[in-house]
Design a binder for this molecule. Structure first.
Ligand code: BGC
Length: 561
């Protein structure tokens, strides 16, 4: 077996070569039997994550909060919600992650606070309160302009006590902060500095592209688009020109990056939740990479399962995020249908897309449970806990299902069920006898960590092998990417080469078979190379050719002669 050296630390920053695993803390591991996952629970599972081979964990918010949006409504940015643990637990977790050579990313909700945050309580108490201008307040007998929230209706909410309207980009109990007020900016940058000072390695920025709105509160123009998408946030019949992707938000990305760069030992990073076409998303990173380090590219979640569709997507990511920019590969998160649903719960297809996710150029974001193929959990909207679902409780189940097919998830409880650790009581998420905050998915008897661990052909083992390979391969971690022309490949096969910079750099050639049929591919000169497959721990080439089984992906690793 060929040995490959690690990329020298000085060449690529760690955040470009890392792999990220998203934990929804409420659903990952419950250490005290209250049915709610917590920080000590995550701590107990760190060895699992380390053995899986992920290098960075991102945890959705666990700060003090009324939990009306399960943590995305923060009441105190400096303390931990009791149900998740204590500040000591948090510090212990940061240290334990670092002790394993891993990194930890927190979720930063800069755009809004809870309406129970002391700042908002003060702000709403009177028009003269010094914190009045910390949020967006306007006069009017009716909503001050036509702006719509992310969820469709007007984002303006009337406050009878002071007879003014406040703006909320998301739900009414999440009032937006006023970033045009320097005191607000300072206060939120202090929050950022505080957690970076505690040793947090990166921040995921919630709804980042809504931060600044038009100063004059100009109406948004009309649009024919009924429903927004990841690529085009216009919708509900308006162009969100004055509310989303405002030039001042893009400029603020650089200001924030400068703050993050104050912490350079080790360097930290920012990843933004932003929506728009790639041409707009790349602006958040800045032409020379001086803005957000990364942005989520949600388009992959909606791609068709086919070689041409992923070829086109890779081409788009490569042209919009050329070096020094870097793409991301995202197939799911806590707001979207589980990607297994899009794949018809087909484990073979999941193995293929995992191969793509972990070998294409970019930072992969793996949503908890995807490594074992956790399935989407359709639940009756009428019983939903998710505040978005409660708002849309009148939508019939068949329609919710149809919307899901278009990537729109009304009931986000469905993608947040307890992690399936084993087939025993409560899937091992909570102690036997406890009542998990959401029901465990019925597939737990087959889909669980214990059943897949040590099974060479399980999805979990595929992830483990690919993550281990990626760790050792400079080409896969940070190499450039060249698509192999489809004229040189059989139909339904996607191929690309990753090349480590510099003379004699390592090269990885990847072939992915999107079809149900066997196809043979030419390997070129396989001598001196090692062959890896998502299906077989020890794949065998026949001379210079290889026959790919249905949904097989292979990686040929070595140095060009
Ligand atoms: C988060 C959601 C959250 C919303 C409001 C997002 O986009 O990912 O889970 O409900 O922002 O904070």
């Amino acid at each position: 077996m060929l040995t490959v050296e690690h990329v020298p630390q000085s060449v690529l920053p760690w955040w470009k070569t890392t792999t990220v695993y998203q934990i929804y803390p409420r659903s990952f591991s419950d250490s005290n039997g209250d049915g709610i996952g917590d920080l000590p629970g995550i701590l107990h599972k760190l060895d699992y994550l380390h053995a899986l081979g992920v290098e960075t964990i991102w945890i959705s918010p666990f700060f003090e909060s009324p939990q009306a949006d399960f943590g995305y409504d923060i009441r105190d940015h400096f303390s931990i919600a009791g149900e998740y643990g204590s500040l000591d637990d948090c510090r212990r977790l940061i240290d334990a992650v670092h002790a394993r050579g891993m990194k930890i990313v927190f979720d930063m909700v800069l755009n809004h606070t809870s309406d129970q945050h002391p700042w908002f309580l003060e702000s709403r108490s009177s028009r003269e309160n010094p914190k009045r201008d910390w949020y967006l307040w306007r006069d009017g007998k009716k909503p001050p302009n036509n702006w719509r929230s992310f969820l469709g209706g007007s984002g303006w909410h009337h406050d009878p006590a002071t007879d003014q309207w406040y703006w909320a980009s998301f739900l009414p109990f999440q009032p937006d902060l006023n970033y045009r007020n320097p005191a607000v900016k300072r206060a939120m940058l202090d929050v950022v500095r505080h957690w970076l000072g505690e040793g947090v390695d990166g921040l995921r920025l919630d709804l980042f592209n809504a931060l600044f709105k038009d100063e004059a509160f100009t109406d948004n123009p009309f649009s024919f688009r009924p429903i927004p998408s990841e690529e085009n946030p216009d919708g509900f019949f308006q162009r969100n020109q004055h509310t989303i992707n405002h030039p001042d938000t893009i400029a603020f990305a650089r200001e924030l990056r400068a703050v993050v760069d104050e912490f350079s030992h080790p360097p930290r990073f920012l990843v933004g939740e932003v929506f728009g076409p790639s041409s707009v998303l790349q602006q958040y990173c800045g032409p020379a990479g001086e803005g957000l380090n990364l942005v989520f590219l949600f388009k992959a979640m909606r791609s068709q399962f086919s070689a041409p569709a992923f070829r086109a997507l890779i081409h788009e990511f490569e042209s919009s995020f050329p070096d020094p920019l870097f793409p991301t590969w995202v197939f799911g998160n806590h707001d979207r249908p589980r990607w297994m649903e899009r794949l018809g719960n087909h484990v073979g297809k999941a193995k293929l897309l995992a191969t793509l996710q972990l070998t294409a150029r970019g930072v992969p974001f793996i949503y908890y449970g995807d490594e074992i193929g956790m399935q989407h959990h359709e639940l009756p909207t009428k019983d939903a806990l998710d505040p978005v679902a409660r708002r849309f409780h009148w939508v019939p189940q068949w329609m919710a299902r149809r919307l899901r097919g278009w990537g729109i998830l009304l009931n986000r409880d469905e993608c947040r069920p307890p992690m399936q650790w084993h087939a025993g009581p409560n899937a091992g998420f909570s102690a036997a006898g406890a009542i998990p905050w959401l029901p465990v998915h019925p597939s737990v008897s087959e889909v669980n960590v214990a059943a897949q661990q040590g099974q060479p052909h399980s999805l979990l083992s595929v992830y483990q092998r690919l993550l281990a390979l990626r760790k050792l391969s400079p080409a896969l971690r940070g190499g450039s990417l060249d698509l192999i022309s489809d004229r040189e490949l059989p139909k339904h096969v996607l191929g690309y080469r990753r090349t480590q910079e510099g003379q004699g750099g390592e090269q990885a050639t990847v072939f992915l078979n999107f079809s149900e049929r066997e196809v043979s591919v030419a390997l070129g000169d396989p001598l001196g190379h090692t062959l890896h497959s998502n299906l077989h721990p020890t794949p065998q080439a026949r001379g210079a050719r290889y026959t790919l089984a249905a949904h097989e992906g292979i990686i040929l690793l070595g140095r060009p002669r």
